[in-house]
Design a protein around this ligand. Structure first.
Ligand code: AKB
Length: 325
């Protein structure tokens, strides 16, 4: 995969939950110096700094984005910077501005400079209570109740428009909640499914902000990264959907997750105190139909609930023993 003198990949939101791990994976594949990590944190983690270039970038500022694309000879952007669902409800105006302005700038720069490819994640948050909640289809009614979901629906339509009108090769998947061991998520409704591991290992107790029986679609980070890379490598003729593909892995409730964790930490206690995020979760699908992604570009997840929990417990226990947790 690594080519000498190859053009560069830019990852925005590289210090976030998905960005931090995706950047390292891209660097392994294409060489550290070919993957520019960009974020708004002044102090990113050491691995990001040690393995390739890191720059401060606010993607809502188009001229800064243009400068970076020119300076590093970028031809592919993974645009991950975003405000998530729960944080979005605390300041909807800010969430709309950040999510929409940054995506618009990325698509405009891709159009103006003729970039080869753009990846932008959408989310199960595009669906609202009017959509079927079980095996939610690829094409169904999209009336989300959060500003995050509204920005994702608008973003999907914008991506489709830029493809049809300007031939910008932008590709997207609708991620479910992502579980990962390296960087904590921030501001999402599905964040409980990561926090619960840290608290179970450190304190053997967790108070969940969703009801015990709230079933949501989830995915482990290796599958999440694999979805992005497989879609980005697919032949353009295979990509029949230019809004965003449904991708599914597992669905479970907090009670089911807690029961699986208890197999490793028998005295773990999980309590439930639902807050405003419950309403968001109740408006989202419980499971997703991802037939189109499987058929078009061979999407297939590897991790189920048991293998996710086993891997998370192993990784976080090791980090705790090394004093890194
Ligand atoms: C969130 O909870 O907001 C995100 C998402 C499902 O897009 N993790």
């Amino acid at each position: 995969m690594y080519r000498k003198n190859m053009k560069k990949i830019l990852v925005t939101g590289a210090t976030g939950q998905i960005g931090s791990e995706l950047t390292l994976e891209l660097r392994k594949k294409f060489g550290g110096e070919n993957v520019v990590a960009a974020g708004r944190r002044r102090k990113p983690n050491e691995m990001l700094l040690a393995t390739g270039p890191f720059i401060y970038l606010d993607a809502t500022d188009k001229s800064s984005l243009e400068k970076v694309v020119e300076e590093y000879d970028v031809d592919t952007i993974y645009h991950l910077a975003a405000v998530l669902s729960a944080a979005g409800e605390e300041n909807p105006q800010n969430a709309w501005r950040i999510n929409m302005e940054s995506l618009y700038n990325v698509l405009e720069v891709a159009r103006e400079k003729g970039l080869t490819r753009v990846f932008w994640p959408s989310s199960i948050a595009v669906f609202g209570p009017e959509a079927p909640r079980v095996k939610t289809p690829q094409n169904t009614v999209l009336i989300p109740r959060t500003i995050y979901g509204v920005s994702k629906v608008a973003g999907e339509l914008l991506c489709n428009y830029y493809f049809l009108r300007y031939n910008v090769d932008v590709r997207s998947v609708r991620y479910p909640g992502i579980i990962s061991s390296e960087t904590l998520p921030g501001g999402g409704t599905t964040d409980y499914a990561v926090e619960i591991f840290y608290e179970a290992i450190r304190r053997k107790r967790y108070t969940c902000f969703l009801r015990a029986d709230t079933v949501l679609p989830m995915m482990y980070m290796p599958d999440c990264i694999n979805a992005a890379l497989t879609l980005m490598e697919a032949d353009p003729s295979k990509i029949r959907c230019r809004t965003s593909y449904n991708v599914a892995a597992v669905s479970f409730s907090p009670a089911e997750l807690a029961a699986e964790i208890k197999k490793y930490i028998p005295d773990f206690v999980c309590e439930y105190k639902p807050d405003f995020r419950q309403q968001i979760a109740d408006s989202w699908p419980m499971s997703i139909d991802d037939t189109a992604a499987r058929e078009d570009w061979g999407w297939s997840p590897k991790y189920d609930l048991a293998s996710i929990v086993k891997d998370m417990i192993e990784k976080l226990t090791r980090r705790l023993a090394e004093g890194l947790l």
